[in-house]
Write a protein that binds this ligand. Structure first.
Ligand code: NAD
Length: 310
């Protein structure tokens, strides 16, 4: 491999940097630089690694010598992809890095809902011993409906199976449905009608689709009406996937027994009637906030860069 230079402008985990250095790359870390300084710097580098703070603009790329831009993270919103394509620069990200972290949070939230953990905790802090009131449910034998059977959906399914849940999944991609079949997960889709089967049959529904025009408010008033009475809902995908107004009504009418939300239409949600409901557990978009996600992202990036230049 010819001697290659890498510039990192947002902090990434050290393990990936070590891998790159061991593979013979020259790595320079320059955090907190202004766009004009980064523009100057990337005239002399082959690879640029960023997280979300650095905005990679067309103007920056026009005179760069970059062959690769890497984002340690899931989205690519901070990179001008059209300009990168025009200048023949390959762009990577690390969509798999947070999958296990998000899946573990989802399982934690299902258990927290089924066993009323946050209500019991709140009660005790207020001096109330709610032992009799908080009759819970076991996961064993319940049906989990996974909407969106991609990276995270698959990891959730693996874990739910270890709790002896029945897992059913809905996706629009044939490959995802085939994947489900291989894992002994009952597949529904790709037609939109198949979503109804999940809504009608699941005791708990977890959403793992991206936010697109086709998934915006995909769970709304009509969908809640199709669900089992006393269903539970988890949303750790993107806020707009659930119609929050419809969810508030479904919680108040007890159609939905409880919901856990890690994501919101507006983040942070501020004062919200929804999150003040006792049967709602709300977390501040922490699905991928683990030590492992950061490490995974840097190691995955390092591997991709090494493969690219080999
Ligand atoms: P992925 O791309 O691997 O999987 C998404 C799946 O959804 C794909 O299989 C796709 O075919 C399917 N899909 C797309 N449109 C659909 C539709 N209309 N109906 C049914 N299925 C549809 O993505 P992933 O890595 O599994 O991430 C899933 C979601 O989780 C994304 O929205 C992502 O932004 C979010 N996420 C949240 C956190 C967090 O901190 N809470 C962290 C990482 C990712």
């Amino acid at each position: 491999m010819k001697y290659k230079r890498i510039l990192i402008t947002d902090p990434v985990h050290d393990d990936g940097i070590k891998k790159l250095k061991a593979a013979g790359f020259t790595v320079e870390e320059r955090y907190g630089e202004s766009p004009s300084v980064i523009k100057e710097l990337i005239r002399d580098y082959d690879v640029l690694i960023v997280r979300s703070a650095t905005k990679v603009t067309r103007e920056m790329l026009a005179e760069s010598s970059l062959q690769v831009i890497c984002r340690a993270g899931v989205g690519l919103d901070n990179i001008d992809l059209e300009a990168a394509k025009e200048y023949n620069i390959t762009v990577f990200n690390t969509p798999n890095a947070p999958s296990v972290s998000v899946a573990e949070l989802v399982i934690g939230l299902i258990i927290a809902l089924f066993r009323h953990i946050s209500i019991g905790d709140k009660g005790l802090k207020e001096g109330k011993w709610l032992k009799k009131e908080l009759k819970g449910l076991e996961l064993k034998g319940k049906t989990l409906g996974i909407v969106g059977f991609g990276n995270i959906g698959v990891e959730v399914a693996k874990r739910a199976k270890s709790f002896e849940m029945t897992v059913i999944a809905y996706d629009v991609l044939d490959s995802a449905l085939e994947n489900a079949k291989q894992m002994n997960v009952e597949p529904f889709g790709p037609s939109k009608d198949a979503l109804e089967a999940i809504l009608r049959n699941a005791d708990v529904i977890t959403l793992h689709v991206p936010l697109l025009s086709s998934t915006y408010h995909m769970i709304g008033e009509r969908e809640f009406s199709l669900m089992k009475d006393g269903v539970y809902l988890i949303n750790a995908s993107r806020g707009g996937v659930v119609d929050e107004k419809a969810l508030l009504e479904a919680i108040r009418s007890e159609k939905v027994a409880g919901a856990a939300l890690d994501v919101f239409e507006k983040e942070p949600p501020g004062k919200s009637e929804l999150i003040n409901e006792l049967n709602i557990i709300a977390t501040p978009h922490i699905g991928s906030t683990t030590k492992e996600t950061q490490r995974n992202a840097s190691v995955i990036l390092a591997k991709k860069i090494i493969e690219f230049f080999n």
